[in-house]
Design a protein around this ligand. Structure first.
Ligand SMILES: Nc1ncnc2c1ncn2[C@@H]1O[C@H](COP(=O)(O)OP(=O)(O)O)[C@@H](O)[C@H]1O
Ligand SMILES: O=C(O)[C@@H](O)C(=O)COP(=O)(O)O
Length: 432
């Protein structure tokens, strides 16, 4: 079996985001959680997206995990490899975008790759190497307060430059406006000058299309899911994609409805407030979690009480920058994050085993913790709720019905996302 595309995503929401765009662009795509086993069935599949939890772990581990994913994908003859990271370039000076990209390039024997984080439909654009979220520079968008990967510089040439020993180049907007052939000439010239990494401007979907055409034959591309939306058409033109995906419908959802949120991103904070205007929710406090096991028991009891009539109910650790900083100052950055992730993972395990069948999780790291706690290995992509966030389904050991699961990236989704997600499921069930 030859895969057209093999993707390695550095978190679980990012993987779902990419898989969603590939499916919407007509590829037959499977998302796996972690590197699949050797006997994984791959019939009629064009793309595999391997979800790793490698965004915020030590760089050496992220490299090891990514190379293991690459080995599996190359073992299945993937023509092109896509390293998916966040559209807000979430990383620190230690990595992991630079070290993972360098390791993938080296392993593939490739001399250059492109960095294309933009996702215009969700407001992520790049101009003269500077990343914008909506009308704000990245470092003024709220991302400067991210609990694990605070983004304090919008200049991606500089940001990536601090993560790799190699010089970083730029394919700026004027080059892209002159079309795919000129863009490729520019990239080749940079390559001849020894430039291995090229940050690419992207203002809109036309630019993504130009970039996709220019790099369709690169062994490695890197970026956000916007590029994933644009590549399939160019695979088709090359004759690599002959079938059009028919993702089919997910099985009807069943069970009660729960939202777990560990994202502290600006969009999520608005979504939490919006949900609480209409539905019940309980806040988890990392400081209490550290001191008193009864805090988690109380959250479990609260959720159970409100799930008896089907929910939806919310349990969240999401908090503003001041409260996050206070928790981190007392517990340490990593330990605060881990405590919250572990607690939300435990809640998911207990409540899904008791009958939750529709679960929304907010936050990439949080989704990693929850999906791992549930022992999920594979996701099928269904209807999109908002750009970048589809409903998915996963089989569960010992259960007849699959779990309906939506993994929401921190900054994605409309303000009423948490309640509307369940309405989307209900509408589909009624066949509307
Ligand atoms: N109140 C809090 N204090 C400290 N850390 C928190 C708090 N709430 C959540 N976190 C941690 O912040 C991180 C948020 O990351 P993530 O889940 O990836 O969200 P996002 O998708 O918004 O980036 C997680 O590690 C989570 O456990
Ligand atoms: O590219 C994106 O923005 C998302 O796919 C993504 O990776 C988001 O990560 P989190 O905000 O950590 O969920």
């Amino acid at each position: 079996m030859t895969l057209v595309l093999g993707a390695i995503a550095d978190d679980f929401t990012g993987a779902t985001d990419l898989a969603n765009n590939l499916v919407r662009a007509g590829m037959r795509c499977v998302q796996t959680i972690g590197v699949p086993s050797t006997d994984f069935a791959l019939d009629n599949v064009d793309a595999v997206v391997i979800a790793l939890k490698s965004r915020s772990i030590p760089a050496a581990q992220a490299v090891e995990d990514s190379l293991a994913a690459l080995a599996w994908l190359k073992g299945h003859n993937a023509r092109q490899i896509f390293f998916k990271y966040c559209s807000t370039f979430d990383s620190t000076d230690a990595g992991n975008i630079g070290p993972v990209t360098d390791a993938l390039l080296e392993q593939l024997g490739a001399s250059q790759t492109v960095m294309i984080p933009a996702f215009p439909i969700n407001g992520r654009t790049v101009y003269q190497g500077h990343l914008f979220v909506g009308d704000r520079l990245l470092n003024e968008s709220g991302m400067q307060h991210h609990p694990l990967t605070p983004m304090t510089d919008a200049n991606l040439v500089r940001v990536l430059g601090s993560q790799t020993p190699h010089e970083v180049g730029l394919a700026a907007y004027p080059v892209l406006s002159s079309g795919a052939a000129s863009t490729r000439v520019h990239l080749d010239k940079l390559s001849a000058d020894g430039i291995r990494h090229v940050i690419c401007d992207t203002l809109d979907e036309n630019n993504l299309d130009v970039l996709a055409e220019a790099v369709v034959d690169y062994p490695l591309v890197t970026g956000g899911s916007g590029l994933g939306q644009a590549l399939p058409e160019h695979y088709r033109r090359k004759g690599w994609l002959t079938e059009v995906s028919d993702p089919g419908r997910l099985a009807p959802a069943s069970g009660s409805a729960l939202v777990l949120s560990g994202s502290c991103s600006k969009a999520t904070l608005g979504q939490v407030s919006n949900f609480l205007e209409r539905y019940p929710g309980m806040a988890l406090d990392p400081l209490l979690l550290a001191k008193d096991p009864a805090h988690l028991e109380n959250a479990l009891a609260f959720a159970r009480e409100h799930l008896t009539d089907g929910g939806p109910v919310l349990v969240y650790a999401s908090a503003d920058a001041g409260r996050v900083k206070a928790a981190q100052a007392e517990l340490g950055v990593e330990q605060a994050g881990e405590l919250v992730e572990k607690a939300l993972g435990e809640l998911a395990r207990a409540l899904v085993s008791e009958g939750v069948g529709q679960l929304v999780v907010a936050g990439g790291e949080t989704s990693g913790a929850v999906v791992s706690a549930l022992g999920i290995r594979q996701l099928r992509i269904g209807d999109q709720i908002d750009p970048g966030v589809p409903w998915t389904q996963a089989p569960l050991k010992g259960k007849d019905a699959p779990l309906s699961l939506a993994l929401k990236s921190g900054n994605f989704g409309s303000e009423d996302f948490f309640s509307r997600a369940f309405e989307v499921l209900e509408t589909r069930a009624k066949g509307k």
